[in-house]
Write a protein that binds this ligand. Structure first.
Ligand code: NAP
Length: 336
């Protein structure tokens, strides 16, 4: 079998392919034939060298993937041969709050999904909703679970509330889709008219071009009659503008930064305190959150948005496309 390997900070040029024997599952492991993997911003962070969690040398990269169980260890009870599965990024985080003890993650401190076969601890396994292909299911573990946690893991979203999403990346698109499924109003920001059109097609009620309107928080206030939004899914690190967009008692789910530390604007502590809004950091989500999300996706027949699918042998090209082409939707690497 073939696997790609990566190193922290080694860049896309540092990706390499190696041949291995197909491994045998240990007593509590399942052997999965991987059919698809998908790229998220974390994969670029790892190659750029500023991912916050540990990354082992020569890791098999990519946290997100989906495939078929083809063998199980003798003590496995959570999966059988033939199951269509994906995996929780944090296999040891079953439920409850995130903690460092459960921070081991696929494609980081543990081998990930850019491979033909992988061994997963049975605790990591999550069944794929029936209506999703392997390619669609491979988009769920990072972006979708993070969006689900952002909207339901703290001040849970209710019908009629307003959600602000920033940019049209994977987390933002899943947040838009989940928010509409909940009966919420969505204000989205993006960088171009073409992306704005697509966001409206996907259900966004209002779209703001953050390039044409750099003070987009003022527009968010106008669009909410001055009240601000109930939820911000903050994927950019522009925290001050997100605070200025949030309602008193609103929640900012602080998901991530799109720039290294030096590029992030500072926060005005007084502004934060005066806003009355809660800021809650989000680290993907637990297996319990993943399973709850998968049930909602199944019932709502929700389909992930895919921009482009690359062949496994073209994985390096997929990374380059993801980095430079400004896709709208997930970039998937499939074994066809
Ligand atoms: N904490 C966690 O567990 C967790 C999990 C997943 C992701 N994250 C973080 O969440 C963020 C998004 O991840 P992702 O995988 O969804 O990324 P992604 O799919 O690569 O999308 C990034 C998007 O950001 C938008 N963008 C770029 N500059 C922007 C700006 N100045 N203002 C607003 N939007 C901008 C772009 O969309 P437009 O062209 O439409 O603007 C781009 O498509 C990253 O910071 C990532 O590290 C954190």
């Amino acid at each position: 079998m073939k696997s790609f390997h990566a190193n922290l900070g080694a860049g896309i040029d540092g990706l390499s392919v190696r041949e291995h024997d197909i491994p045998e599952p240990g007593p509590t492991e399942v052997l999965v034939q991987v059919h698809a993997a998908s790229l998220s911003f974390r994969e670029l962070m790892i190659l750029r060298g500023w991912y916050p969690l540990p990354v082992k040398p020569d890791v098999v990269p990519i946290s997100d993937g989906a495939g078929e169980v083809i063998a199980v260890g003798e003590r496995v009870t959570r999966a059988v041969v033939g199951d269509r599965v994906t995996a929780s990024i944090f296999p040891r985080w079953i439920d409850g709050s995130f903690a460092l003890e459960v921070a081991a993650q696929l494609g980081g401190s543990l081998d990930g999904m850019l491979t033909e076969y992988t061994l997963l601890d049975e605790e990591a396994v999550v069944r794929i909703p029936d209506h999703l292909s392997y390619e669609e299911a491979a988009t769920l573990p990072c972006a979708a679970v993070t969006a689900w946690n952002a909207l339901t893991g703290g001040r849970s979203l209710r019908a009629g509330e307003t959600v602000l999403t920033l940019g049209s990346g994977g987390v933002s698109l899943f947040s838009l889709q989940f928010a509409k499924a909940f009966g919420a109003r969505v204000i989205a920001t993006t960088s171009s008219e073409a992306k704005a059109r697509r966001l409206r097609e996907l259900g966004a009620d209002e779209v703001i071009d953050y390039r044409a309107t750099p003070a987009w928080h003022e527009r968010v206030r106008e669009l909410t009659g001055g009240a601000g939004v109930d939820h911000v899914v903050e994927t950019t690190g522009r925290l001050e503008q997100s605070i200025r967009s949030a309602a008193t008692e609103g929640e900012i789910a602080f998901v991530g930064l799109l720039a290294e530390d030096t590029g992030v604007p500072p926060i005005d502590a007084k502004l934060l305190w005066m806003s009355g809004a809660d800021v809650r950091t989000v680290a993907v989500g637990s297996r319990a959150q993943f399973r709850a999300m998968a049930r909602a996706i199944q019932v709502g027949r929700l389909k992930p948005v895919i921009d482009r699918v690359f062949a496994f042998d073209d994985a390096v090209e997929a990374y380059r496309y993801y980095e430079h082409a400004q896709p709208l939707g997930k970039v998937v690497i499939a074994h066809r």
